[in-house]
Design a protein around this ligand. Structure first.
Ligand SMILES: [Zn+2]
Length: 255
């Protein structure tokens, strides 16, 4: 076989056999979730984890996961730590009833909503949901806007067995620390200097890619761009990065 044919075969192998994964997005916030999923699947992105975060978003996420054949996580995010605190325990019931729901999220702390969700309520709701994730033996999907240090400190006192740090905004030392504990660092479609260092210094085995669409990306298809950017920053081929980060999602969430 000629070399050209061999390399063509390799390219088609990567395009055809690897199911790419968007580790975190919000399909319920899109105008047409079905069109976005179809577009993603056509682009090889066939593992999609859509995230809830409030009572309303959790119901929508459950319905979308069931009807569109994607995966979902449900939980109460820090913005709703006061308004939806009585629905914290509801997630466990939803997860037990729906095979498609595979994690608790997004949960955590957020510096930008302290006016409506005080730090006491945020911590309490976060800690209760870590317990639920551990009890159900599923990952906790962590939100840490402006509070990565506080989130790491809380997890040191109140450990999650498996945590995926969605839209990771810490530095490379924090990424290394969390990776050593078996947690997953999720890379969004944003490249700043600090995130480039995180990508460079974190082992691929502890990394996943997300779009957080529509907050950052436009649709789950955009995870290809995140994978391409990891590939160029780490100087590892697209196919190898695509395969590893997508396998990480499957392994971490037991898909
Ligand atoms: Zn999100």
């Amino acid at each position: 076989m000629s070399q050209m044919m061999q390399s063509m075969e390799r390219v088609s192998y990567y395009q055809g056999a690897v199911q790419l994964a968007d580790a975190h997005c919000h399909l319920d916030m899109l105008d047409d979730p079905k069109a976005a999923v179809n577009e993603a699947v056509a682009n090889g992105v066939s593992i999609i984890i859509t995230s809830g975060g409030s009572r309303k978003a959790n119901e929508a996420t459950t319905a979308i996961a069931k009807s569109l054949g994607v995966y979902g996580v449900v939980g109460i995010d820090p913005s709703f730590a006061v308004s939806d605190r009585e629905y914290v325990d509801q997630s466990a019931g939803l997860i037990r009833k729906n095979m498609q729901l595979i994690g608790i999220g997004e949960i955590g702390l957020d510096a930008s909503v302290l006016d409506r969700s005080g730090i006491g309520a945020q911590r309490e709701v976060f800690a209760r949901q870590i317990d639920i994730a551990n009890e159900l033996d599923i990952p906790a999907v962590i939100h840490s806007r402006g509070m990565i240090k506080e989130v790491i400190r809380l997890l040191d006192e109140h450990p999650a067995n498996r945590a995926m740090f969605h839209f990771f905004e810490g530095d490379e030392a924090q990424a290394r620390y969390l990776a050593r504990k078996g947690h997953m660092i999720s890379i969004p479609p944003r490249d700043d200097g600090r995130r480039k260092r995180v990508i460079k210094e974190t082992d691929l085995s502890s990394m996943v890619a997300e779009t957080d669409c529509p907050v950052a990306g436009r649709s789950p298809s955009d995870v290809r761009g995140v994978i391409a950017s990891i590939s160029s920053i780490k100087n590892i081929g697209f196919g190898e990065v695509a395969e590893q980060v997508s396998e990480n999602v499957k392994g971490f969430f037991h898909i």
